[in-house]
Design a protein around this ligand. Structure first.
Ligand code: SIN
Length: 314
């Protein structure tokens, strides 16, 4: 029997638990259609602002064998474009998630109010963690502000809704953030966004590899998998069951997906590897996960989700 890798986020059903991260190759109509045609279990858009944004000056993305650095600065086509494109995407018979990243709370509220009239968007991911817009701190590192934002946006949300979080590193921060998140009717959290404000150096040129923000940018790929797994694990332990955890960070093959699910992820998103390999990565990763599950005699991702073993030495 073929292992079942379907999943449910809130009330939204996904044939496969593997889809794209809101980041690379999901900003234009062509890119969104390509994800639609692929084996991705869902489509999520690039984080949208109300208006079109050009983003930061190039070069703003770089990758090496260990991962990536980006300071894209939210280049996107603007909310109306994604709402208008949503109808075209239903032909792929998979959920379409809209990511939004307003530059102010007012902008986020305005965008969410516009989504209310749209029947083709399955869910909304509110990005509270972009590290790349000058003068705009990552909201989810400010706990009071996060609460303030959630108080307001949760009054408007009318469908599957969740937030994309930055990585946390200290156990007390996981506890404080989980206590806040548990107070709201969220369907999911996505963790993690890139690790903000890293630097990759070009040794030959003795220079930073990207130009915006003096070379500082969000780090993704292999570099961040252990941090992503720890965030998935800790939030799964601390959040109420109604809030699914979507893992993101360092997923490039079936074993990486397996590890995220073992830590508690209900679904996973692929970023750096999608940029590297294109949309064919979804079929390859799906097949690798299925082969691994067959080897381990798992028929469903729910049989091992969150069941990571620990060995207590104290
Ligand atoms: C960007 O567009 O700068 C990346 C988006 C993000 O990290 O949230």
């Amino acid at each position: 029997m073929k292992p079942n890798i379907s999943t449910t986020i809130g009330t939204v059903e996904l044939r496969s638990c593997i889809y794209n991260a809101s980041g690379p190759l999901c900003a234009t109509k062509e890119e969104l259609n390509n994800i639609g045609k692929s084996k991705a279990g869902a489509i999520i858009s690039k984080s949208s602002t109300e208006q079109y944004r050009e983003g930061n000056p190039k070069p703003r993305y770089f990758e090496n064998e260990l991962g990536s650095i980006n300071s894209m600065g939210l280049p996107n086509m603007g909310l109306d474009f994604y709402l208008n494109t949503s109808e075209e995407l239903i032909q792929y018979e998979k959920p379409f998630f809209l990511s939004i990243a307003g530059l102010s709370l007012e902008e986020n509220k305005k965008m969410l109010s516009k989504v209310v009239d749209n029947e083709f968007v399955s869910g909304v991911e509110l990005n509270l963690s972009c590290p790349n817009v000058l003068g705009k701190p990552q909201t989810a590192y400010d706990f009071e502000r996060t609460k303030f934002v959630l108080d307001d946006v949760c009054k408007i949300k009318d469908r599957c809704f969740g937030v994309k979080l930055p990585p946390y590193f200290d156990l007390i921060h996981f506890e404080q953030m989980a206590e806040i998140l548990n107070q709201y009717p969220l369907d999911f959290i996505t963790c993690i966004n890139s690790i903000g404000n890293g630097i990759i150096v070009d040794i030959e040129k003795e220079e930073v590899v990207i130009h915006p923000k003096g070379g500082f940018g969000g780090i993704g790929g292999d570099y961040i998998k252990p941090t992503a797994l720890a965030n998935v694990r800790k939030f799964r332990q601390l959040l109420k069951n109604e809030i699914s955890v979507i893992g993101c960070g360092g997923i490039k093959n079936g074993s990486d997906v397996f590890e995220h699910i073992l830590c508690g992820a209900s679904a996973v998103q692929v970023g750096t590897q999608l940029m590297r390999e294109g949309v064919s990565c979804f079929e390859r990763i799906e097949n690798e996960l299925i082969e691994l599950m067959k080897l381990k005699d798992y028929l469903d991702i729910n049989t091992y989700k969150g069941k990571l073993g620990v060995v207590n030495s104290m």
